[in-house]
Design a protein around this ligand. Structure first.
Ligand code: GTP
Ligand code: MG
Ligand code: NA
Length: 342
């Protein structure tokens, strides 16, 4: 089809990179939140998910009002960069459609940047490099929320020179990891060459560019993959104990619909457990799923979304495994086979 006759779901975008590159801060900048400020030691220790509706994204870009965006939003997965959390980076990179690799421009590629690039290469995941902290270049004049080309034009020759050599350095390092990359607006071969978007998570230069690339370029290159299908595809992100809801599991719903009351099969350390969805919850749009906050109750929820579900018997659920919905008329055994195979 031409893309207008199909329903696309929100792309799932995983944020990866070395510790302190600015992954959470980048998301805070987009959400206008302060999740990073509340983290112990400023270190992310849990995988997160945030739904960004297209209206909010549009508001942050310089896109003309009549320009179409084919996806209903973006589901963004934040991961920790600390070396001890490679399991969460693996989980994030396994379930995403696309990734943003955040690189601190003052530091270039670091250990977990390279680890992340290797994960993406293994899984054939397309990605964008956010070359973050441009505001830290010596003498940078802030241009809040400006498109990056405009912000760069505003800089002194010295700043432009420093930017250029740091960019060149990162391009060379990426080449060393096996990727050709280019500043996105100079990229003539978007199919083969990785797009680099310079950003600041403090003054938001380049944020419009990054969002625009995600909602316009991503659907273009993976229309098929983003076409909504009814079959439930759902992954367990985290297991928590909540004082109000008991055991809850954070899930990413990649395709299909989840309903309150659904009979589900989940892998636990004690084997497969069949139970029901007691509550189906999401945070409000632009809010982090893992952050303590106010949840919206749903009767049903359509992909792609991050959700918290309250369930009995899943205290030992295994993060990273599939959640299977037992359809009426399906036999349980079939669902169990599916759960084990994933
Ligand atoms: P982990 O999740 O722990 O791996 O770190 P992270 O990549 O999420 O980085 P985080 O958002 O925690 O930011 C690390 C530090 O860098 C914080 O002190 C941020 O305020 C700072 N920071 C992040 N982005 C920018 C930026 O664009 N400019 C400046 N000046 N500081 C930034
Ligand atoms: Mg973080
Ligand atoms: Na950090």
């Amino acid at each position: 089809g031409n893309g207008f006759d199909r329903e696309l779901r929100a792309p799932i975008c995983c944020i990866l990179g070395h510790v302190d590159a600015g992954k959470t801060k980048l998301l805070d900048c987009i959400r206008r939140s302060n999740v990073q400020g509340g983290e112990a030691g400023g270190i992310t220790q849990q995988i997160g998910a945030t739904y960004l509706p297209v209206e909010n994204i549009r508001e942050r870009t310089f896109l003309k009002a009549e320009a179409t965006i084919k996806v209903p939003g973006l589901l963004v997965i934040d991961t920790p960069g600390h070396q001890s959390f490679s399991n969460m980076r693996l989980r994030g990179s396994s379930l995403c459609d696309v990734a943003v690799v955040v690189v601190d421009i003052t530091r270039g590629l670091e250990k977990q940047t390279i680890e992340s690039l290797d994960l993406l290469k293994q899984r054939n995941v397309r990605f964008i490099v956010a070359l973050n902290k441009v505001d830290q270049l010596y003498g940078w004049k802030t241009c809040p929320n400006a498109p990056i080309a405009k912000a760069l034009k505003n800089q002194s020759e010295d700043v432009q020179r420093e930017f250029k050599w740091r960019l060149t350095e990162v391009v060379t390092q990426l080449k060393g990891s096996g990727f050709n990359a280019s500043l996105y607006y100079e990229n003539r071969k978007v199919k083969e060459v990785v797009n680099i978007v310079p950003t600041s998570s403090v003054s938001a230069e380049g944020i419009p560019d990054l969002l625009l690339l995600l909602v316009r370029w991503v659907p273009e290159i993976m229309m098929e993959r983003l076409t909504y299908v009814d079959n439930v595809e759902c992954t367990v992100l985290e297991v928590n104990e909540d004082k109000d809801f008991g055991t809850t599991i954070d899930v990413v719903l990649i395709n299909g619909v989840l309903r309150k009351g659904d009979r589900i099969v989940v892998c636990t350390k004690q084997g497969l457990v069949t139970t029901n969805i007691r509550y189906l919850l999401t945070p409000y749009p632009m809010k982090e799923l893992k952050a303590k906050g106010v949840y919206k109750h749903h009767e049903e929820l359509k992909a792609a979304q991050g959700a918290k579900i309250a369930v009995r018997g899943l205290r030992h659920a295994i993060a990273g495994t599939a959640l299977i919905v037992v359809k009426q008329g399906d036999d349980l055994e079939q669902a169990e086979v599916a759960a084990v195979q994933e």
